[in-house]
Design a protein around this ligand. Sequence first.
Ligand code: AMP
Length: 511
Amino acid sequence: MNLASWVERNGRTHADRPAIAEGERVHATWREFARRTAAIAGGLRREFALVPGDRVAIVMRNRPDYIEALYAVWHAGLVAVPVNARLHRDEIAHILDDSGSTVVVTDEEHASDITALVDGERSARAALVAPGERWRRVASAEPIPLTAVRPEDPAWLFYTSGTTGRPKGAVLTHRNLLMASLSYFADIDPISVQDSVLHAAPLSHGSGIYGLPHVAKGAVSVLPESGGVDGAEMAALIRRWPGTSFFAAPTMVKRLAEDPAVAASDLGNLKTIIYGGAPMYLADLEHALTVFGPRLAQIYGQGESPMTITALAQADHADRAHPRWRERMESVGLARTDVLVRVVDGEGRPVPPEESGEIVVRGDVVMAGYWNKPEATAETIRDGWLHTGDIGSLDGDGYLTLRDRSKDLIISGGMNIYPREVEEALLHHPGVRAVAVVGRPDPRWGESVVAFVVPTDAAAPPGTDDLDRACLERIARFKRPKDYRFVDALPTNNYGKVLKRDLRDRLRADS
Ligand code: AMP
């Protein structure tokens, strides 16, 4: 089933209801959205002589035209390549080359960068700037009927966020994305036509994926005018749009929870904040729950299994009386309805409950493979199981706790140290605002533990003895950092994930 059929269907059933909004203003009703989708699909095919299966990249900040371009691409049987618009120009160039995108839909903000990439040598490629003269021509083309696709046809090349190595394109098929959407209804929330989805986080990642079930049910997609996360604007949009849900990285949830404009606002319309993509520390989660109430759901996923591996439901967040509530809040929840989750040892054998191993996943949501990378695909999907590269453990009830990326594990004196537990221990110290723990090569121990600490008060950072004590109260002595580095901020990528690779590089440069 073509994902764009939802738009066509809602164009009939919910014709006069809002489909896309820019801030507080309705940009298009479902009738208008459906008509524009079919017209832009026709325009893309004709203007650029595209045929089904061709790739169209989208390099834009969140705006209404983004959603129109995405569904038009699918309507025309083309493959979307949503690119994080905040990436460096060279990184964008890599994705355009790797995916073989022939058209790049972009906005004025990114037009000069993109034009430089499509010129000269790369002239097989064209830029389409929205809004603009050519976009208007494309959008006023003769509408075409919905293109039939097979469930296994690629819909979205999802470029991994590249915290390690160069990004690879996870091939997500129409079936993968349909499963991810159905699984949202099964495990996160039902959605109705009265609801809204607020796209504050980049559409090229989780926010875009969770946009799909909302489009499926005729909810309105709201694009903040700022194009990003602004507390006062988010609060106003929540007041304006009923049944609002949004996806946010844990760092964004923390920022919003600390924003006085959010705390003072009427949050009655807020339905669910879906957070995930990086660890949410317990202290931050507890604070967010006091501001937002039990309207939080956590998801664990990755581009390769689009935002769908496990979920920690709203009900788990609300169940404070449960004897294992704290442990559950530190977990990423239960396997999604459509996904099998196992924790395995080096030979691929399941390990007993509470033991750590690599998380492997199987189900109809798992990507078809990496675009044009058969070796990387064969390394990642083995015997039908997607190897996530994440280390975790299942408890007796089936709740999964993530330890770390296998690449972040520190081995010191032959002992495994998961940076996350050291970080959790240090965050209990009131003088620590944020922290990231990495390993440094060490001639004696193999690796030694180093903590990069952002102090709450830069003028009076906590003493290292104090920090040691915070660790010793909670974790074994050998896990304690051998070195503390005080920094103003941690390096993060555009999705809010801490770049541990950069921290390790810094240590290498110093030695
Ligand atoms: P990406 O494909 O860019 O979304 O990155 C996926 C990776 O982010 C996963 O493999 C995990 O390492 C991490 N991740 C995703 N969700 C969570 C979560 N809820 N808690 C901790 N880490 C997460």
